[in-house]
Design a protein around this ligand. Structure first.
Ligand SMILES: *Cc1c(COP(=O)(O)O)cnc(C)c1O
Length: 372
């Protein structure tokens, strides 16, 4: 028996601020359609797309610790960052509002697709303060100005959440996800995975999953598929988050073992990014289409499609033979279309309007209108 259990995680929630935001456990399922299509066995999926009835995906677990910390610090506003279509900034807006905080999102440009428009309109619907910038330099300067303005207006520093929610608190949420998974394994719902496929953005998700698995003594190999060209989407960053979070957890939980992340445990896949962040790829969109057809699971082109493309290639090359493979679905699958119907994009700051008046990137059409 492993010394670490979900009971330990329950202890953690009493030692540091925690607020329940999601609906857990998220289901685990067999991808039998894809198994058939690829003539392989042992393919499973963790449905973190269903982590909330309001807005699911991988950010929910991270925000349970992050927003609780903001509340404990008596903050009134959150500030966070991302590309214009950022799922993270939307998740922060949804759950900040839920717990009574006022969200502020700062964005830089990205390739156009339907989900960008939807995410922006949902943030507008939620009353998010939106700030578009043209490049990294202007968002740095903008952050300082928005921070100062908010502080002067409210007499309080806003709570700053890093891109992707990838800090120690966010990673802790993902460690909890693995303890949840361990219970599902113990109940026989799925086997302990030999291989784990997940997209690698700001690294918190993959680092937390790797940490949880290591702490359980699992031998699972994490295959993290890089979806961003930015510095900070690499093994080094993942290991740093892993180590910092492990350090904090060792202090908080007596039963938390001493663990380390080796290159052999955590492989970063470099070949699925394509032209860059949020640039859809032929392989990625093919993977999106395949999984919709085979198992009725909706992925997208920026993150999860690229990770699934890596899994499919590996299956074709026989690299999954005899293994149990788990795909971690990080993308929200809750349809919020009815909430944003009838919201006029002209209510958004002008710099966002181009996403509504200009064409999508060429491969977007392959996703089908709804799931671009
Ligand atoms: C944010 C996000 C990721 C990346 O997770 P990180 O923790 O930033 O690596 C993956 N998939 C989806 C759908 C996301 O929104």
């Amino acid at each position: 028996m492993s010394p670490l259990s979900s009971a330990a995680f329950e202890q953690l929630k009493e030692k540091i601020p925690y607020v329940r935001l999601g609906t857990f456990p998220t289901p685990v399922e067999r991808l039998s359609g894809l198994e058939n299509a690829l003539q392989t066995a042992g393919l499973f999926i963790k449905r973190d797309d269903k982590s909330s009835e309001q807005y699911g995906g991988n950010k929910v677990r991270k925000l349970e610790f992050i927003l609780a910390d903001a509340l404990a610090k008596k903050k009134k506003h959150t500030i966070t960052f991302g590309y214009a279509g950022s799922n993270h900034s939307l998740a922060v807006a949804v759950f900040a509002k839920r717990v009574g905080l006022a969200p502020i999102s700062l964005h830089i440009p990205q390739p156009n697709a339907e989900y960008v428009r939807k995410n922006l309109l949902f943030q507008e619907f939620l009353g998010t303060e939106l700030h578009p910038y043209n490049n990294m330099l202007s968002i740095y300067v903008g952050t300082i100005l928005v921070f100062i303005k908010c502080t002067l207006k409210t007499g309080r520093f806003p709570y700053v959440i890093p891109p992707g929610g990838s800090n120690v608190l966010g990673v802790m949420g993902m460690v909890g996800a693995v303890l949840e998974l361990q219970e599902q394994v113990a109940r026989g719902l799925i086997p302990e995975p030999d291989l784990l496929y997940v997209p690698l953005g700001s690294c918190g998700t993959a680092a937390g999953i790797a940490l949880g698995m290591k702490a359980l003594g699992w031998k699972t190999k994490v295959r993290a598929v890089r979806v961003s060209e930015r510095k900070g989407s690499d093994f080094r960053t993942a290991r740093e988050l892993f180590n910092k979070t492990a350090g904090r957890l060792t202090k908080l939980l007596p039963s938390f073992p001493s663990v380390d992340l080796g290159e052999g445990d955590f492989e970063v896949y470099e070949n699925y990014l394509g032209e860059g962040y949020a640039h859809f790829t032929v392989k990625g969109m093919e993977a999106v289409r395949r999984l919709a057809e085979s198992d009725g699971v909706t992925l997208e082109g920026t993150y999860s499609g690229k990770a699934m493309a890596a899994l499919i290639d590996d299956a074709r090359e026989g690299k999954l033979a005899g293994k149990n493979t788990l795909f971690w679905n990080t993308y929200n699958s809750v349809d919020f279309g009815s909430k944003i119907e009838g919201i006029d994009f002209r209510r958004l700051p002008r710099q966002y309007h181009a996403y509504f008046t200009e064409d999508d990137q060429p491969l977007a059409a392959r996703a089908g209108k709804e799931r671009a």
